[in-house]
Design a protein around this ligand. Structure first.
Ligand code: AMP
Ligand code: ZN
Ligand code: FE
Ligand code: FE
Length: 296
């Protein structure tokens, strides 16, 4: 069983439609794939239909943009929410707030780029993000590629869009602990994505993760391209101590991110079974209309 629990489609900043992504997952030899676009469930329906046709197990998910003021400072945290009812009002309100924040910063990024002498318009970004519910910096990067300003997304982040680069603009992110609680109340399970990823300025340690576990966190993503082997070993030990589920994934973005091929990291079937058990418990105690895993 090859299980990949974190991927992106064009509904956020991936480069394939949800159906294309699902077919690519089959071609990559995966048995289970989760669609986890940033801050939206809008790709779920298309992905589910494609999964039924293509004969692969699909787990609906969302990678929620959150922020945490913890003992380790203020930091952005990506929270993977699986099998959650996205219409649960407190969660839906936060997602709407984040999506509005994503949209609201685009004109500021475009103005910054214009001040830097780059001729880019709002229409260029709109064209690059036409299929996306969640507009992100990668779409601005894609517009810069189309305009011939940079060669690829990486160069766009390195020169303009990355944190501390001149066209970087902050945006709203949902409070982490509240979001963990909302996900549980909405009948789903939450997993911290790439907790010690390369680009992270602050890292939660075992005590921080223990607190989040108390709030209802189910797991941590350990096997991720952003984690060196030693980081994976330490995170695995922490997960064992705290009884957190361990996941692994590609964080696939199609052509938008190199070295993140589908299935480059996978989740152990036993850990996947634990995740589904916890989700079933959450769904029962929430009595929300939660989505099902799509089975071939
Ligand atoms: P945003 O959510 O709009 O702030 O953009 C952050 C997203 O950009 C991340 O989730 C990554 O998927 C993507 N990203 C960050 N750095 C890079 C990079 N150097 N090259 C390509 N994509 C990146
Ligand atoms: Zn992304
Ligand atoms: Fe992420
Ligand atoms: Fe991601």
């Amino acid at each position: 069983m090859r299980i990949d629990l974190h991927t992106h489609s064009r509904v956020s900043d991936g480069t394939e439609s949800p159906a294309e992504l699902v077919r690519a997952a089959v071609a990559a030899g995966l048995d289970v794939v989760a669609l986890t676009d940033h801050d939206t469930a809008d790709g779920w329906e298309e992905a589910a239909a494609a999964a039924r046709d293509a004969g692969i197990e699909l787990v609906p998910g969302i990678e929620v943009s959150t922020r945490h003021d913890g003992s380790w400072g203020t930091a952005g945290v990506h929270l993977l929410a699986y099998l959650v009812d996205p219409t649960y009002q407190p969660l839906a309100d936060e997602l709407r707030h984040v999506l509005e924040g994503r949209q609201a910063r685009v004109p500021t990024m475009v103005s910054r780029l214009n001040e830097l002498g780059v001729s880019i318009t709002l229409a260029d970004v709109a064209a690059a993000s036409a299929d996306a519910s969640a507009t992100g910096r990668p779409h601005v990067a894609d517009a810069l590629v189309t305009l011939g300003v940079v060669a690829d997304r990486t160069e766009a982040f390195d020169r303009y869009l990355g944190w501390s680069r001149p066209a970087y603009v902050d945006r709203y992110a949902a409070p982490l602990v509240d979001t963990i609680r909302h996900v549980a109340a909405a009948g789903g399970v939450s997993v911290i994505a790439h907790p010690w990823g390369r680009s992270r300025r602050q890292r939660p340690d075992e005590a921080d993760l223990a607190e989040l576990r108390e709030a209802g966190l189910t797991g941590i993503e350990v096997d991720h391209q952003g984690h060196a082997p030693e980081a994976r070993d330490r995170l695995r030990a922490i997960a064992r101590n705290l009884d957190l589920v361990v996941t692994g994934s590609s964080d696939y973005h199609g052509a938008g991110k190199t070295d993140h091929d589908l299935g480059c990291n996978t989740t152990d079937p036993e850990q996947y079974a634990r995740l589904l058990d916890r989700a079933a418990d959450a769904a029962r105690s929430s009595s929300r209309p939660t989505p099902e895993v799509v089975r071939p």
